[in-house]
Design a protein around this ligand. Structure first.
Ligand code: N0T
Length: 522
């Protein structure tokens, strides 16, 4: 007797997002998936030789996902003719090296510019117009107010997604798509020119006003304030409703970008309905709209983006500036899952990853130009990923339940107190310990971090690097002490004790400690 099983192609689902308690999780091959990722440098996916040498390295680092550019200009070199050699090769290599892929659609916009638009578009600005500033200066970037621009991007993107459905749906190697890259207007806060000016002078779409009315209580403060200061009007032009100024120009422009991207994403999803997100170049250093890449999916514009681009599932920050915890906090809001598609590649990312997953139920973490890591086996992030990999199913189970926290420390932020059940957990940077030479010698401390998972009110797991944890009872008349500390590892979802650490390693039961330079689960 020969038995065989087969899959009905129509029943194969694409990856999707599913609600779990307070968060959304990415479901891949029917299971929740946390992205331990890295993004390739911009040019690395345009050479098959590069891809071949990079993918084994990523596997050595313990990544489970790689973010890979899909270049419009190389996919559609000739109008209407499509070539997927590079993306197919990336998918094949990913399968071989046990990686998932997130493709980055470098379409109309890449960091504000349109450098990845096909040459036949660049050479025909009469048909495919560029943006224009207030003074009439033409910019390199494609205009968001042109039907012909939108149509060609839409056509190419949906062709690409159709190809992915055919090539990969059964496998689900490709788990998500980034639409465009760091969209943002520069030089002025909005586009000018005939179509843009005319739209700017027209009424704010009624459906957007309805949305504002319905969501008055949860609107972002800056948007609410502009609307309020102008008397909560419900009909009128952008300046009538939100007042004059660069900030209103930016709101208008964000709406225009969002409508454009919505069309592109929707056309793609009609061919292959997989999760899609946008990444934002953050506005650092308090610059004015126009001086930074404006009107992209920035924290203060999330309302507009979520309203006008509902086909986009996640709005995500690219983090290149100091202040990591403050930036990411702004993005885990109103049901927007936290995904960090780019962060500057540095050793401190090893600490930040623990914080993102522990404190904010992150869906994923992904340093930029990951192939530049000099020593894949011993790089700090590799060690963190190895721990996060072990904690994977526990984290997935606890997401959205408020049973985890993350901590992150440096020279300035050295301590964090977390109250949980009957205990006060006092986390500190390892170098706060009086006996470490760095405690007082004025040296710059490495960033360290950890996460804590509550298994029961008296049982916790702490994982990370460079932290020390002591605790006390919240009730003033009670004392609390450590029952025991085990170093553990987790294999196939099972907690396996490795060593008892009740002596010197915990200062005879006074604290839990993971020294700087070491990684551990206890
Ligand atoms: C990023 C990357 C790549 C002190 C920069 C970040 C990637 C794009 N842009 O290497 O170009 O494709 O998404 C711009 C942030 C620079 C901020 C410097 C702040």
């Amino acid at each position: 007797l020969l038995v065989t099983s087969f899959v009905n192609a129509d029943n194969t689902k694409a990856p999707y997002l599913a609600k779990k308690d307070a968060v959304s999780q990415l479901i891949v091959n029917d299971k929740p998936f946390l992205i331990l990722g890295g993004e390739l440098g911009n040019s690395s996916a345009s050479s098959i030789d590069d891809l071949k040498s990079i993918f084994p390295k990523l596997q050595k680092m313990g990544l489970n996902t790689v973010l890979v550019p899909a270049y419009w200009e190389l996919i559609e070199k000739e109008e209407g003719k499509y070539d997927y050699t590079l993306t197919d090769e990336a998918i094949n290599l990913a399968r071989k090296h046990n990686l998932k892929i997130v493709f980055l659609w470098f379409g109309s916009w890449k960091n504000s510019m349109s450098c990845y638009a096909p040459l036949w578009i660049k050479e025909n600005s009469r048909k495919y117009p560029r943006a224009v500033t207030k003074s009439g200066k033409p910019l390199e970037m494609m205009s968001a107010f042109s039907e012909s621009n939108l149509n060609v991007d839409k056509r190419a993107f949906s062709h690409f997604l159709n190809h992915l459905a055919e090539y990969d749906k059964e496998d689900q190697t490709v788990i998500m798509i980034q639409v465009e890259n760091e969209i943002g207007m520069l030089e002025d806060a909005r586009e000018y020119g005939k179509v843009a000016d005319q739209k700017f002078a027209s009424d704010v779409p009624a459906r957007f006003i309805d949305y504002l009315k319905k969501n008055k209580n949860t609107l972002q403060p800056s948007l609410l304030k502009r609307w309020k200061d102008n008397g909560f009007k419900t009909k009128g032009s952008w300046t009538e409703i939100f007042g004059e100024g660069l900030e209103t120009d930016e709101l208008f422009m964000a709406y225009a970008y969002a409508e454009y991207v919505q069309q592109v994403a929707k056309a793609g999803k009609e061919k292959y309905n997989i999760p899609m997100y946008l990444n934002a170049a953050l506005n650092s250093r308090g610059r004015k709209p126009g001086a930074y890449p404006s009107a992209g999916p920035l924290a203060h514009l999330l309302d507009i983006w979520r309203f006008a681009a509902p086909a986009i599932d996640i709005l995500a920050p690219d983090i290149y500036d100091p202040g990591f915890p403050d930036w990411i906090k702004q993005y885990q809001t109103n049901g927007n899952p936290l995904f960090i598609p780019e962060i500057r590649l540095e050793e401190a990312d090893a600490a930040r990853a623990f914080y993102a997953f522990g404190e904010h139920d992150a869906m994923g973490f992904s340093p930029f130009s990951i192939e530049d890591v000099p020593n894949p086996e011993s790089y700090p992030l590799t060690k963190s990923y190895s721990i996060l990999h072990q904690l994977n199913s526990l984290l997935i189970e606890k997401q959205g339940l408020g049973k985890t926290n993350g901590v992150i420390f440096d020279n300035v932020n050295k301590e964090r107190i977390i109250e949980r059940n009957n205990y006060r957990f006092i986390f500190r940077h390892d170098f706060t310990l009086g006996w470490s030479p760095q405690a007082k010698d004025g040296s710059i401390w490495p960033e360290t971090g950890a996460l804590i998972i509550e298994l029961s009110p008296t049982e916790y797991i702490v994982a990370g690097t460079g932290v020390v944890l002591s605790f006390e009872s919240i009730a003033g008349n009670k004392k609390a002490g450590i029952g025991y500390i085990d170093q553990i590892k987790i294999t196939d979802g099972k907690i396996v004790p490795v060593k008892r650490l009740n002596g010197d390693q915990s200062h005879q039961g006074r604290h839990l400690r993971i020294p700087v330079g070491e990684w551990d689960i206890q």
